[in-house]
Design a protein. Sequence first.
Length: 144
Amino acid sequence: MVAEEATVPQSVINDCRVTTPSRKAIWAGRVVSTLPVLVLLMSAAMKLAKPAPVVEGFAHLGWPESLALGLGILEVACTAVYVVPRTAVLGAILLTGYLGGAAATHVRIEESFLMPVILGVLVWAGLFLRDARLRALLPFRSHP
């Protein structure tokens, strides 16, 4: 049995090239990424400070108050990994998991889970605009 060489069509090769995003796309990505970063950092700061509304919120969600510190540190760490360009994809994956847990918590108590989902979409949309590697993986094209 002789192995045949596989040939890859030029159109596939062209579609997989990593091109540098335009300056406008990079800045749009930074702007879109800023909103979830600010919301997550504010959320983490509140968990670390543990004011009365946070303690009440944890009780309402069915989580012990003692988890606030760990969750706040985790939130800061995942957000920091996302902010660094070299590790942004890993950060987006970590934040997706974190926000998925937040959405599941709200679903469990039959509340709206829209906010964590929107933040997750913004995390990935901002990264898509500013990272050429992600755009090469998800090539949305305007032509067939």
